[in-house]
Write a protein that binds this ligand. Structure first.
Ligand SMILES: [Zn+2]
Ligand SMILES: [Zn+2]
Length: 202
């Protein structure tokens, strides 16, 4: 079972899982920059771990924030979770505020997309069918198994544990990273402090 993230203008009020807009995070959260080119990264979206239906993850009062470098798409090693062209950070769900970006370039902050989260069968066929049928309304899925475009690149945490898949992001109207591929977000279920994100292209 997985949760399908579908674009919606009727998303539940106060839902903390969304795509784009400004991150909703504790006041002291620092915006991340790309370790490859040094530019500020684009905020892609956030997942409320408590809203996932993933065993061992959905009891954690944390938000997973996802960032990727959009300065020079494809040139900052976004395909690798460890090289610094993308970032995933875990923050606690306390003192939440809407974070202002560190700069105000027009394309840097995309319009917020609210989501409904619908339970769906996690088979690869079902997911592909839904993506084909509702392109750009489906922002991805939470839980289940990642549908890899290339090889399985499940990251290893700095604590040594194999990380747990949380979210797959599809290109949406909110951000354009060469309009192909998928993003994959993971958290560590052992140390519960680390998260990673990577993007694969066709
Ligand atoms: Zn970069
Ligand atoms: Zn860990």
């Amino acid at each position: 079972m997985a949760l399908l993230m579908r674009e919606s203008n009727q998303a539940p009020l106060h839902q903390l899982t969304k795509i784009s807009g400004k991150p909703f995070a504790p006041l002291n959260t620092e915006w991340v920059s790309c370790r490859v080119c040094g530019a500020w990264m684009q905020f892609l979206g956030q997942i409320d771990l408590e809203a996932t239906i993933i065993k061992g993850i959905c009891d954690r009062k944390q938000l997973l924030l996802l960032f990727m470098c959009s300065n020079n798409p494809g040139m900052c090693d976004e395909w690798d979770a460890d090289l610094g062209g993308n970032a995933a950070i875990l923050v606690s769900k306390t003192n939440l505020t809407s974070l202002e970006p560190p700069c105000d370039q027009e394309e840097f902050l995309s319009e917020e997309i609210l989501l409904t989260l619908d339970e769906c069968d996690d088979s690869a066929d079902t997911y592909c069918d839904i993506l084909n049928q509702f392109q750009y309304q489906i922002c991805g899925k939470i839980g289940g198994e990642p549908l890899w475009i290339q090889d399985d690149e499940t990251p290893i945490c700095s604590c040594g544990a194999r990380m747990k898949f949380v979210v797959q992001l599809e290109p949406s109207t909110a951000f354009n990273f060469g309009d192909s591929g998928s993003g994959y977000g993971f958290v560590c279920s052992v140390c519960q402090q680390q998260a990673k994100f990577l993007w694969q292209c066709y």
